[in-house]
Ligand binder design. Structure first.
Ligand code: ADP
Ligand code: MG
Length: 264
């Protein structure tokens, strides 16, 4: 089974999706086989990876696999990504569209929180890692991810509201998930600081993150770079020289990832 890692924060816009996608990229360059599971109905991870939704076609998404409530249902939705890069063949995607919102209504059904875990059963055996991009809430969709995951990485900006949200999700993962989601071995393995700028305020917040999370904070922090945001929007891998700086950052973070979340 692949090692399943959920990328979380209880706040939106802090870099969860960018981190998921760019770590998938850096790990694939290291030769790892990576499955990205998009668990946000906004579908940004799917878009960043070059997957396009065509409403005139039937394109299976993770929503259907969860709805199926059967073991291995995700097999039918795993597909190649749209990037033109030599390592892209080592990344696969279980995409999401707005339809994933429909799964929220199943939250009250008995055992529904286990449905992603069931859907992935046996499906990610051929991958080294399954990276799950979560939405900002701690409700059903994130709980599906946390029930299926082995490890958690928190992504935060160096900003007080992001840090407060990071603390909330840390508490949720460490105190609620073991009992509520029957996942006693789930652990937070890292904290990544995203979109860092050179201001005094951000430096203070970064120090505060280091005080709160200690050794869990991975280095380096990701700097704010318009070119990175553009690569996301244009659904491009980080192969261009204009994104060399961001590329190098994610390569180093991938090393921190491999140390904190090793595969056998
Ligand atoms: N280091 C960065 N520098 C500049 N823009 C960034 C950076 N990281 C993310 N972004 C952009 O910020 C926005 C929010 O990032 P995203 O990864 O989607 O956050 P989340 O998944 O937490 O909502 C996106 O438009 C993304 O392209
Ligand atoms: Mg996102």
């Amino acid at each position: 089974m692949a090692r399943r890692v959920a990328f979380v924060n209880n706040k939106g816009g802090v870099g969860k999706t960018t981190t998921t996608v760019r770590l998938a990229e850096a790990l694939a360059k290291e030769g790892k086989r990576v499955l990205v599971v998009d668990m946000d109905p906004q579908g940004n991870a799917s878009t960043f990876l070059g997957w396009t939704w065509d409403p005139t076609q039937h394109q299976p998404t993770i929503s259907e696999a969860i709805q199926a409530a059967t073991e291995g249902a995700a097999r039918a939705v795993v597909q190649p990504i749209g990037w033109d890069a030599p390592y892209a063949e080592r990344i696969a995607l279980a995409p999401a569209t707005l339809d994933l919102e429909s799964r929220m209504s199943e939250a009250g059904l008995s055992g529904a929180w286990r449905r992603l875990d069931m859907a992935l059963e046996g499906v990610d055996d051929t991958f080294d890692y399954t990276l799950i991009d979560c939405q900002p809430s701690v409700f059903h969709l994130t709980q599906l991810a946390l029930a299926a995951a082995h490890d958690v990485v928190i992504v935060t900006e160096a900003d007080i509201y992001s840090v407060e949200a990071a603390k909330r999700i840390h508490t949720f993962v460490t105190q609620r998930a073991p009992k509520d989601l029957a996942n006693p071995t789930l652990a937070v393995r890292g904290v990544i600081i995203s979109a860092l700028t050179n201001t005094l305020l951000q430096a203070e917040q970064r120090d505060s993150i280091r005080r709160i999370f200690g050794d869990l904070v991975w280095e380096p922090s990701v700097k704010l770079r318009t070119t990175l945001a553009e690569a996301n929007t244009d659904a491009l891998p980080l192969t261009d020289s204009r994104v060399a700086d961001s590329r190098a950052t994610y390569e180093l973070l991938a090393q921190a990832f491999l140390k904190a979340v090793p595969t056998p």
